[in-house]
Design a protein around this ligand. Structure first.
Ligand code: EPU
Length: 417
């Protein structure tokens, strides 16, 4: 077990370089097995979610080589085996093997995925999509088998624009017969990144990034080279941190358009941002105005950034509100922020942050990945020492977080306990 000890209060200055996107790479790695030849993915973040997916690849006898920032995946000797829960439970995205292996072998058997406990997180839309393509789904003691004699293109309307279901249906349909249309598809940049990988491998996907995606099945997919987009949630987390305690803190290697919903909220608060083509420079300001935020699917305000935003809102003069519309249990950071001196109430999926309040360090627990990021920001803002346990959640999604923060003047240490 690991613990993060933070001595707060240091202003942060210098540059933080953003890594490849977790939520892209976790889909790109399973997608690569659809190829019959070698696939090279570069700008791969060194996070534990990547390691967990590589372990699944190795279990399936896929050859994986890791270079500094890239992964070379060769599935030519891959075997179709049941993936047990010791592999799938480590992360949510293990469910992308369902779509990819169904697409490749027309049969997949695997245990339920894991992931952060931030809500019920059913996979009914993924399964309905597979069924529409001609598959049958059976679930015996949480082991799913999805199989089809033949996968045939279909028109699929998603009741909710789910990121996971959109990607999984794309993965299952690229090698299917005929054309699949996904309507009310999710529009997140990670979906475009996955569609680009598949197209580079020889797939025929049009419309990724819009709410209607058309996939025309092809016979075979092959060799390709592909780059992971910058992580917009990691970028947003550090921009928020800069608005709290930055002194010309530069967040580099980003696509600013991907976090426009966040930057326009920060500007509404009174944060001054210097937004360049691939960077943002941000400093802490005074007299921040309170704001109201509602989480939505892309391009709306990302649910993954509402927890990191919360400690910053304790600096605002007045009441800010965050309404969480995507997950029903994404407020587990709040009791800890209150222990640190915040005044936050949660009612009906909305948190009300009454500011300004000062934060003081104490012992807290990272209950999930973004709750952990929220507590890191709070700890860096606070007076005194904050000790965060369950840091493993944070390491799932933030590459070199300790080194990156030390590099801009933070005082923190990761300890084994
Ligand atoms: N939903 C269903 N049925 C389904 C699928 C989803 O009801 O079959 C519901 C979910 O319960 C949730 C909502 O739809 O209430 C959104 O789920 P979605 O499928 O869009 O999310 P996801 O694919 O499970 C990904 C990211 C999340 C991120 C969401 C929303 C990955 C591995 N995870 O999850 O990232 O919050 O999209 O943008 O890509 C994180 O990085 O901390 C994280 C949780």
């Amino acid at each position: 077990m690991k613990m993060l000890e933070i001595k707060g209060g240091n202003p942060l200055t210098g540059t933080i370089r953003i890594s490849g996107a977790k939520n892209s790479v976790v889909a790109l790695i399973p997608a690569a097995i659809l190829s019959s030849e070698e696939v090279t993915i570069c700008n791969v973040p060194d996070i534990t979610d990547t390691t967990a997916l590589c372990e699944i690849l190795e279990f399936l006898n896929v050859d994986v080589k890791r270079a500094t920032e890239s992964l070379v995946i060769n599935p030519s000797n891959m075997e179709n085996k049941e993936i047990p829960s010791m592999y799938t439970k480590k992360l949510r995205a293990s469910y992308y093997f369902m779509g990819a292996m169904l697409g490749k072998y027309k049969k997949v058997t695997m245990a339920l995925p894991g992931g952060c406990s931030i809500g019920a997180r059913p996979i009914n839309l993924h399964l309905k999509g597979f069924e529409a393509l001609g598959a049958t789904v059976t679930n015996k003691e949480n082991i799913y088998t999805v199989e089809a004699k033949e996968l045939k293109g279909a028109n699929i309307y998603l009741d909710f624009a789910s990121v996971g279901a959109t990607i999984n249906i794309m993965l299952a349909s690229v090698l299917a017969k005929g054309t699949t249309i996904i309507d009310n598809a999710a529009k997140e940049p990670e979906i475009v990144n996955v569609a680009t990988l598949l197209n580079n491998m020889g797939a025929k996907i049009r419309g990724a990034g819009t709410s209607s995606i058309e996939i025309t099945g092809v016979e075979k997919l092959g060799k390709c080279f592909h780059e992971v987009i910058p992580d917009r949630i990691e970028a947003g987390t550090y921009v928020i941190l800069g608005a709290a305690i930055g002194n010309n803190l530069k967040i580099s290697n980003i696509i600013p358009e991907h976090i426009e919903a966040l930057t326009s909220k920060l500007e509404e608060m009174g944060v001054f941002l210097d937004i360049g083509t691939d960077y943002i420079i941000v400093s802490s300001g005074k007299d921040y105005k309170p704001v109201n935020v509602k989480t939505q699917t892309y391009p709306g305000f990302a649910t993954d950034l509402q927890q990191p935003l919360t400690p910053l809102l304790t600096m605002c003069n007045g009441r800010s509100k965050i309404e969480e519309t995507i997950y029903e249990n994404r407020f587990m950071h709040i009791p800890y922020l209150n222990q640190m001196g915040a005044d936050i109430r949660v009612k009906n999926q909305t948190s009300t942050i009454i500011g300004p309040t000062k934060l003081t360090g104490t012992d807290v627990v990272a209950t999930d990945l973004r709750a952990g990021a929220s507590l890191v920001i709070a700890g860096l803002m606070a007076k005194g020492t904050t000790k965060i346990t369950n840091v493993e959640h944070i390491l799932r999604g933030y590459e070199n977080i300790v080194e990156k923060l030390l590099g801009v003047g933070a005082n923190l240490e990761l300890k084994d306990i």
